[in-house]
Design a protein around this ligand. Structure first.
Ligand SMILES: C[S@@+](CC[C@H](N)C(=O)[O-])C[C@H]1O[C@@H](n2cnc3c(N)ncnc32)[C@H](O)[C@@H]1O
Length: 101
């Protein structure tokens, strides 16, 4: 799972609580521009990636592919419609094709 603009990780915490954090949910990547020392490590393979969502290299920094991507009140901060579109496009390309069908 990828949480874009994760902040302290509230959204990914909720998703993992709703759907369970065992078995498959072993990879959680939180992409954000600022370090979050108090983010809760809910799964063993949690990885926090510091990156700027307007930097074209951010998708490579987080890796993937992901089975799920979540984001809340973050992408609008990019302001420029072209940058927002590019961010959604990058998220789409980070998803596992088998998970999107
Ligand atoms: C309002 S917070 C929302 C955090 C979290 N998604 C939540 O719902 O609690 C917006 C987040 O987007 C991140 N953010 C804003 N612009 C960003 C950028 N250009 N690159 C990466 N993260 C960014 C901020 O650092 C912040 O953590």
């Amino acid at each position: 799972m990828l949480d874009v603009g994760a902040g302290y990780g509230v959204v990914s915490e909720e998703v993992l609580q709703a759907f369970g954090s065992s078995d498959h949910s072993t990879g959680l990547f939180r992409a954000d521009a600022r370090p979050r020392r108090h983010a809760l490590p809910v799964v063993p393979k949690l990885r926090y990636v510091l990156c700027n969502l307007v930097d074209p290299s951010w998708p490579k920094q987080v890796g993937g592919p992901f089975d799920l991507a979540v984001s809340a009140i973050a992408i609008h901060n990019l302001r420029d419609p072209e940058k927002i579109f590019a961010c959604y496009h990058a998220i789409h390309d980070l998803l596992n094709p088998a998970a999107t069908s």
